[in-house]
Ligand binder design. Structure first.
Ligand SMILES: *Cc1c(COP(=O)(O)O)cnc(C)c1O
Length: 440
């Protein structure tokens, strides 16, 4: 089996191998791109990106017409990507004034922007309300009164959702589970705080309570957590209807849809989640006599994950006989902290040897001063030498958005490929960039 066949479910849709045996993405030779733009380099395949957007819209929309898919910007956003999401008709979930500003600079329709986060600052709320943001998803009681106050001062009636904590364990890594009672996010239903928020929101002078929201965590491989959350939230909505005359217009089960990172861990597709979520919404609405709300879905990882490939150059190679062979690359935890942060697994291939078969087992490590800076552990790849171009698929989500300047490193350049053409969407940082905020 060729490398390409083996990795087909991890690489972008357009991945190929040319006559030189080089990996191609969007009909562009990855080895050439590495030479032209330098490494580390992140490549986004525009066709894959647009396909995942369309897939979420279609799979939810054909089962439930009143759906809005909003992309969770924290997975990664810049202006070029924001323009693509706008063109694809998606809304946007932002969690900071920074993400909001990127959206604004791309002329993103503000009525389709939702503002999330567990401690939105007054400045950020003012910015959002000033720009006419569509919804603020209120996380706690303190924020409820803060948003009301800012809205009152601005002379605005602000549409809000309440983020609830349903008390569900999505069985994912503890750092990316958010639906359990012991979480920093959301208003717990079980303690009565969620009900208190509903009552306060309804009586607040400058808020309009539009709906309810939950987000259970990330990389959720099964539908059960979503089904359970829908059951709990719909029950709560019915109770609030009875007690507080609350009617909803929107409901969001959040994001968290999984993607496949390694060959042994396949992930469900959008259709699988869409069917389960929509079926639950129909059946619970009917059972409880609730109005069918607009459905807001918030995929992040599942939109950008597979569209992105990280490209590095191999440098020092260290063999410890009988123990392990380390291949060091020119990037690592500063551009992708996920393995160090949550033990995430990746696989790799050699872009300039995409037609060769595997012949040795190596671990691919970064150049940063932490022993945990290991991107790929014990993977079989073709014989590797310094200068080889290492490609790590599924690097589109939560890599660049969490990138740092650790060791005063430079954040990578990003290019977008499509139909044999490449466009630089973010230049590599320079040493001057590192010092641009320093004051002598
Ligand atoms: C992070 C986040 C998402 C997206 O999560 P993914 O796992 O990337 O799909 C959606 N909604 C909220 C509120 C989030 O915090």
């Amino acid at each position: 089996m060729s490398v390409l066949e083996r990795m087909a479910t991890l690489l972008p849709d357009t991945a190929g191998v040319n006559e030189k045996g080089h990996l191609t993405l969007g009909d562009c030779d990855v080895v050439k791109l590495a030479a032209e733009f330098g490494t580390p380099l992140y490549i986004f395949d525009e066709a894959t990106l647009r396909r995942t957007c369309a897939e979420f819209r279609k799979e939810f929309g054909q089962r439930y017409a009143d759906t809005l898919v909003i992309y969770a910007a924290k997975a990664f956003i810049n202006r070029a990507l924001a323009c693509i999401f706008k063109e694809e008709g998606l809304g946007l979930d932002v969690v900071s004034g920074g993400e909001l500003t990127i959206a604004k600079s791309a002329d993103f329709p503000m009525d389709k922007v939702y503002f999330h986060g567990n401690n939105k600052l007054r400045d950020e709320i003012e910015l959002a309300i000033g720009w006419g943001i569509g919804r603020i998803v209120v996380d706690n009681l303190y924020e409820l009164s803060l948003v009301n106050e800012v809205a009152r001062k601005s002379g605005v009636i602000q549409d809000i959702l309440l983020r609830l904590t349903p008390g569900i364990d999505a069985h994912t890594h503890q750092y990316i589970t958010t639906g359990i009672i012991d979480s920093k996010f959301g208003l717990p239903i079980a303690t009565g705080q969620a009900e208190e928020a509903v009552a306060e929101a309804i009586s607040a002078s400058n808020l309009r309570l539009i709906g309810l929201h939950v987000h259970l965590g990330s990389l959720i491989f099964s539908i059960e957590p979503y089904q359970k959350a829908i059951e709990i939230v719909f029950q709560f909505a019915a109770e609030m209807k009875k007690k507080h005359n609350f009617t909803w217009h929107e409901f969001s089960p959040g994001g968290g849809f999984a993607v496949q990172y390694t060959q042994g861990t396949p992930a469900p597709n959008a259709a699988y989640y869409a069917k389960a979520i929509v079926d639950s919404i129909y059946s619970k609405s009917k059972e409880l006599g609730l109005k069918l709300p607009r459905l807001i879905v918030e995929p992040g990882r599942a939109i950008v994950g597979r569209a992105g490939v990280a490209i590095y150059r191999a440098g020092a190679i260290k063999e410890i006989p009988g123990v392990r062979k380390y291949v060091a690359i020119d990037g690592g935890m500063a551009d992708n902290i996920r393995p160090a942060l949550y033990g995430s697994k990746y696989e790799a291939l050699i872009a300039n040897k995409a037609d060769k078969s595997d012949s040795e087992r190596v671990s691919i490590v970064g150049k940063f001063c932490e022993s945990g800076d290991i991107l790929v552990k014990d993977e079989d790849i073709p014989k590797v030498v310094p200068g080889d171009i290492i490609a790590i698929p599924v690097s589109g989500a939560y890599c660049l958005s969490m990138a740092s300047n650790y060791n005063a490193s430079l954040k990578p350049a990003i290019v977008m490929t499509r139909d044999g053409k490449t466009r630089l969407i973010r230049r590599r940082e320079s040493y001057d960039d590192l010092m641009r905020c320093d004051v002598d």
